[in-house]
Ligand binder design. Structure first.
Ligand code: MLT
Length: 323
């Protein structure tokens, strides 16, 4: 029986059982599949929200890290889960947009998942190990040009945020240094601190604490403005690479066919979490920006995802990125 027949049976089942199910939702633990390693930016964000979702949903919400292939393994697992609201797909621009332009996925990233809510965004931070003899972004670019044969950029796999941002950077400056894939930028950052790799174009929320601790060096924020949490780090526009803008946004999805009432309850619990002062404080500490009030509906996530597909697929395809 092929995937399409299975999906339509699952949707049919969902339709007939939906009313009773939605009323009692949730009646058992909910699993959020995070497609990257524990301790990394996606995991930290998902856990901060899950903490608060438990309170409003009055049910256990667990994080399951299903890693590999820049998140495609975890997302595939979520797509193939029952559409009942008990398995959710955490992801971002990389996993739910860019990967669709790179991997021959056996499903449609936009239409085979139902959007629940946008979760927030953060710019990327260009960071290096302290041993690199560069103090400014321009010096780092010169160092990379001179050492591209042996320089290494840490990523979370082909298509991950750190990877496509690295490709974007290298395309702009005309270098071709190699990428070292990890199961997430959590472990990649550990190796950067240890000096095993040279550079990461990393989510600010991941590198920020290490930059503040002085264990790695930051050169620029991939935005037109600085991060309040890192006032001394210039924007790429100030640092000499105007236009190298990347905002890595994250979202939550459910398998296609999940009852609307269930999606509404999940969306409500995420909105409550985004409105929670402790979560807002955590976001500020990590350089994360919560979505605007009118961007917190499931429809807003779908519209944003579609717009980002239109924006990024031509760029990724032009860069001829292969898995
Ligand atoms: C992670 O949590 O490891 C990141 O989201 C990976 C990435 O896409 O850079």
């Amino acid at each position: 029986m092929n995937f399409r027949t299975l999906a339509s049976i699952a949707t049919l089942l969902a339709v007939f059982t939906a009313p009773g199910q939605a009323e009692t939702f949730p009646s058992k633990p909910i699993t959020i599949i995070v497609p990257f390693a524990a301790g990394g930016p996606s995991d930290v964000l998902a856990r901060a929200l899950a903490d608060k979702m438990r309170a409003t949903l009055k049910e256990t919400v667990v994080i399951e890290n299903v890693t590999g292939a820049a998140g495609t393994i975890g997302v595939t697992r979520a797509v193939r889960s029952p559409p009942d609201g008990y398995t959710l797909s955490f992801g971002h621009l990389g996993t739910h947009v860019v990967n669709g332009a790179i991997y021959p996925l056996p499903f449609d990233l936009v239409n085979d998942l139902d959007p629940v809510a946008l979760l927030g965004a953060n710019p990327m931070l260009v960071v290096s190990k302290n041993a690199i003899p560069a103090k400014t972004f321009k010096e780092l670019i010169a160092w990379l040009k001179a050492n591209q044969a042996k320089a290494t950029l840490g990523t979370a796999g082909v298509g991950s945020g750190a990877h496509f941002s690295g490709v974007f950077l290298q395309n702009l400056i005309g270098t071709n240094a190699s990428y070292v894939p990890y199961r997430g930028t959590g472990p990649a950052l550990q190796d950067l601190v240890a000096g095993q790799i040279d550079i990461i174009v990393d989510q600010a929320s991941n590198s920020l604490p290490q930059v503040q601790a002085g264990t790695i060096r930051a050169y620029a924020v991939t935005d037109s403005k600085r991060l309040p949490a890192l006032p001394d780090v210039p924007s790429v526009d100030e640092a000499g690479l105007p236009g190298f803008h990347v905002s890595l946004w994250s979202g939550m999805w459910a398998p296609k066919g999940t009852p609307k009432e269930v999606i509404a309850k999940l969306n409500e619990s995420i909105r409550a979490a985004l409105g929670d002062p402790a979560v807002q404080k955590r976001y500020a500490e990590l350089g994360l920006e919560a979505p605007a009030e009118n961007q917190r509906t499931p429809e807003a996530l779908r519209a944003h995802q579609k717009a980002e597909v239109e924006k990024w697929w031509p760029v990724i395809k032009a860069a001829n990125v292969k898995p």
